[in-house]
Design a protein around this ligand. Structure first.
Ligand code: NAP
Length: 503
């Protein structure tokens, strides 16, 4: 990439780019920061990262609920070129991950590129100029040659429209907007949802609340996390013994990668993993009625497998109750379930996940000929390699459609995508292109392959999950091993693109 930039400068090419194309990146989470760092490493500094919050970190800024942490091992859940020998635990908690991202931004001088409190409302492609015309929510108009969306899949909280919710007089908030000013000590707390977020904060709030009532719509598989702090001597080895950290990271990567075998639908391994998870449930929970409530009725892996050392333990507390009757409605001070049982609460915490399948929404994106992305994605989002969209030139997505994982680190996928986007930007420069646009046939062919492969996985089995649209199309997950994705994204196939030169 650096070579491409240098060569372009030496040849005196690319006057329209004034050395480098201008690049707008939306979102200062892991993906946006990684993109910025790699651009800088490639010698391109004509980029701005637009961030709607007043801090960087993305999901790791938003999700500050008690106990928030990562269920991917720390030494893999970090950028490959910026290892951290000092991770304090096998699975880091949110403050440590936020500190790590701050460290990366400082080390690579990214702060001067980030515009905080700037939310992008939409963008349309100006075909004549080869520019994205970008609008902020305050009406400001900007432009950039290249637009990179790094908004991720989990940034818009989902709050269900429960009947009567507006009439509730107590406190309500979503897990990704935790109200730290509100003390739950001594309160009767309702938690709606029991996904990856809920199982992390329930053990924490159960220690202080008078009563915690969990409204569980579907049971989840839970496996142990085996978390622990790293010892001083281990950190010393990571820091001082050549290659120790790299080797350790590689071992974690391949161990996690092998877990994908368990995601093949109806496979022998998936049956063994299911048996293991149910044995863990029976070991941890002694009450047979509770075991029954907590036993999932769908194949393992269909929804995210949860990883916890203390969730089941917290359910055995006398002040914790699991309710499985569907919620009928909310009153001034209570939640009423089907059958008419009413329970009173001081606070309702929504651990109900995110709007996951609408991807770039609510941004309005218009491509060639005024086509609207929201309309094209009505039946489900799709992209080429999860990165490029036919008809939307010079637009790249990070952590886009069909790039989420159930078995390995999403940061690995993000690095693959950033590498790919850099090569596309290099091509724009090298060939002095007005734009590059992935061909429709290439994108369709790719998505047919992905959907065919997904049919063989647990995600396509019979359950509703955040990986799927309401119609059942899996739009969020990658269909295979991450090495396969790395292989496909290691270098762009330019035959898949229409390369449009400047006049
Ligand atoms: P989630 O997995 O989507 O869970 C949402 C929960 O809310 C589910 O239990 C769901 O029930 C329930 N729910 C939704 N609407 C409901 C309604 N109308 N009535 C009753 N219950 C309702 O969301 P999340 O827990 O925030 O996690 C989202 C994702 O974030 C995770 O899967 C994971 O990828 C990521 N995450 C990662 C970590 C990490 O450690 N890396 C930690 C937290 C989160 P159903 O199951 O029946 O739909």
């Amino acid at each position: 990439m650096q070579e491409a930039v240098d060569r372009t400068r030496q040849n005196g090419q690319g006057p329209s780019f004034a050395h480098s194309p201008t690049i707008a990146i939306i979102g200062a989470g892991v993906a946006g920061l990684c993109m910025g760092i790699e651009l800088k490493k490639a010698g391109i500094s004509s980029f701005t990262i637009f961030e709607k919050s007043d801090r960087l970190g993305g999901t790791w800024y938003d999700n500050s609920y008690p106990g928030a942490g990562c269920d991917v091992p720390s030494h893999l859940y970090c950028l490959s070129f910026e290892p951290n020998p000092d991770w304090s635990r096998k699975f880091s908690l949110q403050p440590e991950i936020e500190d790590y991202l701050d460290h990366c931004a400082v080390k690579y001088s990214l702060f001067r590129h980030i515009r905080f409190r700037t939310e992008i409302a939409g963008a349309s492609f100006d075909e004549q100029q080869g520019l994205w015309r970008i609008r902020t929510t305050t009406g400001e108009e900007l432009s950039a040659h290249v637009l990179v969306s790094a908004t991720g899949q989990l940034n818009r909280p989902h709050v269900p429209k429960l009947v009567g919710l507006d009439s509730f007089e107590g406190t309500t908030f979503h897990s990704a907007r935790w109200n730290h000013d509100h003390d739950l000590a001594g309160e009767r707390v309702a938690v709606i949802g029991n996904g990856a977020s809920a199982i992390q904060f329930i053990p924490c709030i159960a220690r202080v609340a008078r009563k915690v009532t969990i409204f569980q719509r579907s049971a989840n598989y839970v496996v142990p996390r085996f978390d622990r702090a790293y010892k001083a001597w281990e950190k010393w080895i990571f820091r001082n013994v050549p290659f120790a950290l790299r080797l350790y990271r590689a071992l974690i990567y391949w161990r996690l990668e092998a877990r994908f075998f368990g995601f093949f639908r109806d496979s022998w391994i998936s049956r063994k993993v299911r048996e293991g998870a149910l044995a863990h449930l029976r070991e941890e929970v002694s009450d047979p009625a509770l075991v029954e409530k907590l036993t999932p009725d769908y194949p393992i892996g269909c929804k995210r497998i949860l990883i916890s050392d203390d969730y089941y333990e917290s359910l055995a507390r006398p002040n914790v109750e699991v309710v499985t009757e569907p919620i009928q409605g909310v009153t001034r001070d209570s939640i009423v379930t089907q059958g008419g049982t009413s329970r009173s609460f001081d606070t309702i915490v929504f651990a109900t996940g995110f709007e996951t399948t609408s991807f770039l929404a609510p941004m309005e994106i218009e491509g060639l000929g005024g086509r609207k992305l929201a309309e094209e994605w009505r039946t489900g989002a799709e992209a080429y390699l999860g990165v490029a969209l036919s008809g939307y030139p010079n637009l790249f997505l990070l952590y886009g459609p069909n790039t989420n994982l159930g078995h390995n680190s999403i940061i690995f996928m993000i690095e693959c995508q950033v590498n790919y986007v850099l090569q596309c930007i290099g091509q724009l420069l090298r060939r002095n292109l007005l734009y590059l646009d992935v061909r429709r046939e290439a994108m369709d062919r790719y998505n047919e392959q992905v959907q065919r492969a997904i049919e063989k996985t647990a995600w396509a089995a019979g359950c509703q999950s955040w990986y799927k649209t309401e119609q059942g199309k899996v739009t969020n997950n990658w269909s295979g091993f991450t090495v396969e994705y790395w292989w496909k994204t290691r270098a762009p196939d330019w035959n898949a693109y229409e390369l449009v030169p400047r006049a």
